[in-house]
Write a protein that binds this ligand. Structure first.
Ligand SMILES: Cc1cc2nc3c(=O)[nH]c(=O)nc-3n(C[C@H](O)[C@H](O)[C@H](O)COP(=O)(O)OP(=O)(O)OC[C@H]3O[C@@H](n4cnc5c(N)ncnc54)[C@H](O)[C@@H]3O)c2cc1C
Length: 459
């Protein structure tokens, strides 16, 4: 085989790309990491929530402690469903963290460089090099200067608008347009935060009218406060995001107390046109990791955790040194990620909160055992679709229906339809995984996700 410049060249140097580079370089691979942005820099279209399983990966890469030292732990999450409140509490060692992206991505890039990867920022990947149909490198511009880098493997870690995905024509599946826009800004933490008994929680997730609202603390002692209105109302937000965010937050008594008399620090940020999808994630000489291959409902706050977990597992598959291992990794990614994708579609839906959601929420708030299961879902120890016993949900539905909340009957049928669609999809994805030459076992594993799989070639 011809000598290549690198073993692996990665387009995109944030959660997915920098983490993958770190794992590979540690194993002795010659890795080049490229990004079109000047680094370190803020990721303007992302908030910051990292779940416990994502923190595990940050610990493995060696940056977990640095994240913990600059951002407070998020242990208690207050949920609000049309005025009904519940607090979900995480164990100390399973907290979430919300570091600003400039800091997080910089830590990951430094870890990759320390492990031996080469990082070149302000370098935009524009085309691929192919040999006998196999991808074997890429071309990139830094300023006016084009350069070609050859490699055994090209990775697209270049986000949801991935250039690499476009160039390899990676097909999309399970895609849909986001039903909501998202707007947010940062406020200095007010005096009442944490000192007033009304604010003795670390993060807030609320459904008020048809808006979703979030509050959490990030570094610089600031609160991120945001709102996701249905897409139909996004036009009015776009015209005056600052005014619209302020008005929405002032109508939520809990948040109003946090922003009274204060202005946001910096600009209001927002995104209107998102699309959620899976893409084929591996082919001859290439793979896609993170958002480049799978972008899910942002309300779940799980994209970075997903990218970090994928980077770790993809590094293992690359270590096997053949395209078949990459294909298996792609199929295993789908089996792991499809349930949350379905959950995101239901939870982030245009119509929420539905009657059924508020019935379930209200019942859960009185059942510590179910609250514990909810925490297990967020820790990825339990599939979201195993959260509630079917018999309980049916019982609550009938009880609510008999009290005149007729809408629950229609909603439970729709929920059942979604559940069947998910189980069909899971069977299909699992079959594809098995067909990719995998003898696989599913087991509970606290490190890798609610269901991790260990695979070996069937050969
Ligand atoms: C509104 C919003 C809120 C979100 N909130 C959260 C949250 O709270 N928690 C969470 O976990 N996730 C959240 N996410 C999702 C999260 O931002 C992504 O899942 C995550 O950033 C994916 O990481 P990545 O490394 O795959 O891609 P990215 O972080 O998007 O990084 C891709 C990199 O590729 C570079 N690049 C792109 N094209 C090229 C090219 N041609 N050449 C070279 N470089 C290129 C870009 O400059 C960028 O640096 C949110 C997303 C949105 C839209």
């Amino acid at each position: 085989m011809k000598q290549r410049d690198y073993d692996v060249v990665i387009a995109g140097a944030r959660c997915a790309g920098a983490t993958l580079a770190c794992f590979l370089a540690r194993e002795g691979a010659r890795v080049l990491l490229l990004d079109k942005d000047a680094m370190p820099s803020e990721h303007v279209l992302s908030t910051h929530w990292i779940a416990p399983r994502g923190m595990d990966v940050l610990d493995e890469v060696g940056v977990g402690e640095a994240v913990r030292s600059v951002t407070p732990a998020t242990r208690i999450i207050r949920g609000n469903m049309e005025g009904k409140l519940i607090d979900l509490e995480f164990a100390d060692d399973l907290s979430m963290y919300c570091p600003r992206r400039k800091r997080l991505d910089d830590l990951l890039q430094n870890a990759a460089v320390a492990a031996g990867a080469r990082l070149r920022d302000r370098t935009r990947v524009t085309s691929l090099v192919r040999e006998n149909g196999r991808v074997c490198g890429l071309r990139a511009f830094r300023g006016d200067r084009e350069q070609t880098f050859t490699a055994g493997l090209v990775i697209g870690a270049d986000g949801r608008h991935s250039t690499v995905a476009r160039l390899v024509e990676a097909e999309e599946y399970l895609g849909y347009d986001a039903p909501r826009a998202s707007y947010w800004a940062y406020w200095d933490s007010p005096g009442c935060w944490k000192s007033d008994p009304a604010y003795r929680f670390d993060a807030y997730f609320g459904f008020v009218a048809d808006d979703m609202r979030i509050v959490f603390q990030t570094d610089h002692d600031q609160l991120l406060i945001g709102c996701s209105p249905p897409i139909e109302r996004a036009e009015s937000w776009r015209a005056d995001p600052r005014g619209a965010l302020r008005a929405a937050m002032a109508s939520d008594p809990l948040i109003a107390g946090l922003i009274r008399g204060a202005e946001p620090v910096g600009k209001v940020r927002g995104t209107v046109k998102e699309r959620y999808f899976f893409r084929r994630a591996a082919g001859s000489g290439w793979a896609l990791v993170g958002d480049a291959g799978h972008h899910k409902e942002v309300a779940l706050g799980d994209g970075m955790t997903e990218a970090l977990l994928q980077a770790r597992s993809l590094a293992g598959a690359i270590g096997e040194g053949n395209d078949q291992a990459l294909a298996r990794w792609w199929r295993a990614r789908d089996v792991a990620a499809v349930p949350l994708h379905f959950l995101g579609r239901m939870a982030g839906g245009r119509d929420g909160p539905t009657e059924l959601m508020s019935v379930v929420f209200s019942r859960m708030s009185r059942r510590p055992d179910l609250m514990e299961r909810m925490v297990a879902v967020m820790e990825r120890r339990l599939s979201p679709f195993e959260l509630l016993p079917l018999s309980s949900v049916l019982g609550w539905t009938v009880a609510a229906g008999l009290r005149g909340r007729w809408a629950v009957f229609k909603e439970i049928i729709e929920a059942g339809r979604q559940g069947l669609a998910l189980s069909r999809e899971m069977r299909a994805r699992t079959r594809l995984l098995c067909e990719s030459g995998t003898a696989w076992e599913v087991r509970q594993d606290h490190r890798a996700g609610w269901r991790s799989r260990s695979w070996k070639s069937a050969a």
